[in-house]
Design a binder for this molecule. Structure first.
Ligand SMILES: Cc1cc2nc3c(=O)[nH]c(=O)nc-3n(C[C@H](O)[C@H](O)[C@H](O)COP(=O)(O)OP(=O)(O)OC[C@H]3O[C@@H](n4cnc5c(N)ncnc54)[C@H](O)[C@@H]3O)c2cc1C
Length: 476
């Protein structure tokens, strides 16, 4: 058997289930393929920085596969719809008896894979799909009533128990080189038309080796202080591994295993830093379980049916100011400018900026969700949608609608000396540590000399108005 291995969001050779299984089945070598689908990616709102990061990782993957005698072929089709026939052609041309892949769980991706499975089976070639994106398959954990979990804490408890029952987390090794096949690797393009924009190879270095050294340096250095520092955006307190996890350059198992090892084999107890970091990785698992259990979240629908009745405000101008980091609320602007300049935003600020858009501006959270995906290097549908629906109080286990972050208190609490604001909103650099959180109120005269806007919304009034609007829909 000669397998065709289809890489998607699993751009690595170590701990890759489909690759390992395909190599085990291969007795006449193997070929690999990656599909570039520009229209589909555009419709799914992918960002230029994510596409650039993907292409650089793909080039690294191609080299790693070449060392294993597996040529990575590059296929282009505007949309998923064109893929089944093209994949079959490749399989026929390279005499591959079947296709091996790791599952993706979003609705379009599942339909695409079902179409490929049907065509391959009709053509007498086998189809092998594996659960690999999560430590535990997304439909493997259910409540005692057999339902999908919708609340994080019991999900986390069950998840930890299930991992312990399995004896912990294991990772797969890089498979040994195969017998060579007669095919050359395809050329990985350095760009894809339609995705011109921000690139930051200086911050987001590509490749599995680099991802592992980033993981190691986090585990050996900052894991211990993660609980204390993870909410302080001015600190380098988190792992910044999300882009590598989103494209599968690292697997969640590799991250979890490293953290569990550092925590002497414990998962839910032990070092507070390790326990907290493991919980964040379980949030990632949770949101994928939600996506599989409630596919409507993939279809522009709120998880909470009551939220369908909400009439969001419409204001292109306010939306534009939020996107540009010109709302006049410094911590919100600092977060939005961090996103625009680096393709990444600190988690605390993702929550603050998302709440500001959906509550203080009362604009539809889906506009923010899309803008994030179009800007993030770690854009991941399930985590992004989960984070947005949490912030907008429309999701599973979401923030209650009456508990709205006050961005100024958040700023004073998590950026007490204004260091983060100064970094991304340099025009406010000369203000003192108190004034910088709310200059329009605390030093209006200083603002006359600085090119910085007045707040786009009155924080108190907009908060109250949002609570009333939610109450009217949610308490019936
Ligand atoms: C509105 C909003 C949008 C978001 N959009 C995305 C997104 O598109 N892609 C994305 O990967 N994460 C998203 N998150 C989750 C979180 O903000 C990022 O995963 C995190 O900031 C990445 O930084 P890190 O790698 O340093 O995380 P760390 O703090 O080091 O955490 C380790 C890993 O755990 C996972 N993780 C951490 N927090 C969360 C969380 N709240 N939900 C799900 N997974 C989590 C990530 O994979 C992360 O890399 C979003 C959160 C919010 C509130």
């Amino acid at each position: 058997m000669r397998p065709l291995i289809w890489f998607r969001s699993d751009l690595r050779v170590r701990d890759n289930t489909a690759l390992s299984e395909a190599c085990r089945a291969a007795d006449e070598g193997a070929a690999a393929v990656f599909a570039i689908c520009p229209r589909q990616w555009q419709e799914h709102g992918w960002s230029p920085i994510k596409v650039d990061f993907l292409l650089r990782n793909l080039a690294d993957l191609s080299r790693a596969l070449e060392e294993m005698n597996i040529p990575l072929l590059i296929l282009e089709a505007p949309r998923f719809a064109g893929l089944p026939e093209k994949l079959l052609e490749i399989a026929e041309k390279h005499r591959c008896g079947g296709i091996w892949l790791n599952r993706e769980y979003e609705v379009d991706e599942r339909r695409r894979d079902e179409a490929v499975a049907r065509l391959f089976e009709r053509a007498g070639r086998s189809f092998h799909a594996f659960h690999d994106q999560l430590a535990l398959p997304p439909d493997s954990l259910r409540t005692s009533q057999g339902k999908f979990y919708t609340v994080f804490t019991p999900f986390r408890r069950r998840w930890i128990a299930a991992v312990e029952e399995r004896g912990g987390i294991t990772c797969l090794r890089k498979p040994a080189a195969l017998e060579p096949v007669r095919a050359r690797p395809g050329r990985v393009p350095s760009s894809v038309p339609g995705f011109e924009g921000l690139r930051r190879p200086d911050i987001w270095k590509s490749g599995e080796q680099h991802a592992h050294s980033r993981l190691r340096s986090f585990i050996e250095g900052r894991l211990g202080s993660y609980r204390e520092l993870r909410d302080i955006p001015a600190e380098n307190g988190t792992s910044t591994l999300s882009p590598y996890l989103a494209l599968g350059v690292l697997s969640p198992r590799q991250c979890l295993r490293a953290a569990i090892e550092a925590n002497r084999g414990r998962i839910g107890s032990g070092s507070p830093g390790a326990v907290t970091w493991i919980s964040e990785l379980i949030w990632r698992e949770f949101y994928r379980h939600v996506l599989v259990g409630f596919p409507r979240v993939c279809m522009d629908q709120p998880f909470d049916h009551r939220a369908r009745k909400i009439r969001w405000r419409e204001s292109e101008e306010d939306l534009g100011r939020w996107k540009q980091g010109k709302t006049g609320v410094p911590i919100v602007d600092a977060g939005m400018r961090q996103l625009a300049e680096t393709g990444w935003m600190h988690n605390r600020l993702r929550m603050v900026t998302a709440m500001f858009l959906s509550k203080n501006l009362f604009l539809d959270w889906r506009l923010g969700e899309k803008h994030f995906l179009r800007s993030l290097v770690d854009g991941d549908f399930a985590s992004n949608n989960g984070g947005w629906q949490w912030s907008a109080s429309t999701g599973t286990d979401a923030a209650p609608y009456f508990r709205i972050f006050n961005p100024v208190s958040q700023s004073e609490r998590f950026d007490p000396s204004g260091d983060f604001i100064r970094r991304f909103v340099p025009e406010l650099g000369s203000l003192d540590d108190r004034t910088i959180h709310l200059p329009a109120e605390r030093a209006p005269e200083a603002l006359r000399r600085i090119d910085y806007p007045a707040p786009v919304a009155d924080l108190k009034r907009s908060r109250q108005a949002a609570i009333e609007k939610f109450k009217a829909k949610y308490s019936r």
